[in-house]
Ligand binder design. Sequence first.
Ligand SMILES: NC(=O)c1ccc[n+]([C@@H]2O[C@H](COP(=O)([O-])OP(=O)(O)OC[C@H]3O[C@@H](n4cnc5c(N)ncnc54)[C@H](O)[C@@H]3O)[C@@H](O)[C@H]2O)c1
Length: 348
Amino acid sequence: MKILVTGSSGLIGSEVCSYFAKHGHSIHGVDNNQRAVFFGPQGDTTWRLKELQKSLTDFSHHELDIRDRQNVMDLIKKIKPDAIVHTAAQPSHDKAASIPFDDFDVNAVGTLNLLEAARQFCKDAPFVHMSTNKVYGDAPNNIKLKELENRWDYDDKAYENGISESFSIDQCKHSLFGASKVAADVMVQEYGRYFGMATCCLRGGCLTGPSHSGVELHGFLSYLVKCNIEGKTYKIFGYKGKQVRDNIHSEDVARFIGLFINSPRIGEVYNLGGGKDNSCSILEAFEICESFSGNKQRYEYLDENRVGDHICYYSDLTKIKEHYPEFAFRNSLESTIKQIIIAQSSRS
Ligand SMILES: NC(=O)c1ccc[n+]([C@@H]2O[C@H](COP(=O)([O-])OP(=O)(O)OC[C@H]3O[C@@H](n4cnc5c(N)ncnc54)[C@H](O)[C@@H]3O)[C@@H](O)[C@H]2O)c1
């Protein structure tokens, strides 16, 4: 198959390129290193592009901005991919407020450009879109919580397995990022339901792995490990450092995308994170990281939480496992953190 991957130098995109290349497919990567524009030199993904160019045999890189509608149309018309995996994005909740037009143009309009190009030139190609749990806005914060020694947890039986896809995305605070991703998410569903295309939104929890170019504003574990290894101070924003995220290795995300492309469905939505078993609070992540690196984590506590930040979020994986029973994680939270430490130590 010819697979077109947007955001191909980023965490998820590059993992997807490697995954499909290993399975003998031909890969077309689209990335313009916009992450470096969003986050400065720390967000530069050129190192990852070079790795892909060196290690993958059938990989073509296209330096293209997904906002460039005409060139997106022309590229998809020319390649006519058998599947599209869309991971390019402005990915930061906090950053969006300072660049609202860029955020919406990349996340919402860029997604529409790709969907429409796909409809015109490769309508039968499965289209997988990386969405986010921020489409649920801050509404998960209204669930009754209990405070444990090192973390928050749900204190409501209805959420013992986490947040499911039926959770409301409406009438709550999303951040501008959450709103632009809702627009994209709903449009991806619509191209499925309205035009009968095999589209899918993956509402990610914390997606992580050794290939992330983590920065303070995006890439929770990657940035936390970076601080630990380099002896930098990590800033905790509110909630006593007990805020909980569920973490999934990018390789497991890529494997799920492979399952969906092999057996696609129309206009689907899945929550995809590490689930309860791979969730941790910031304080717990410090502990795991310290146990592997041997370095005491330096941190500073700030009372004010990030606007709209989740106090406790983990994905209910019931639906994804029901639809794709063969899907199982290969990487636990501990092993993922260990891999990030090893990779970052060798890069620094
Ligand atoms: N990492 C997470 O924790 C997380 C959580 C939930 C959802 N997601 C979603 O998953 C997707 C991938 O996230 P990631 O962590 O791999 O991000 P990333 O920033 O590592 O990768 C995104 C890539 O897209 C590229 N890009 C950005 N704008 C572009 C544009 N206009 N044209 C072409 N390329 C462009 C960037 O240069 C970057 O290489 C995003 O949609 C993000 O919202 C990520």
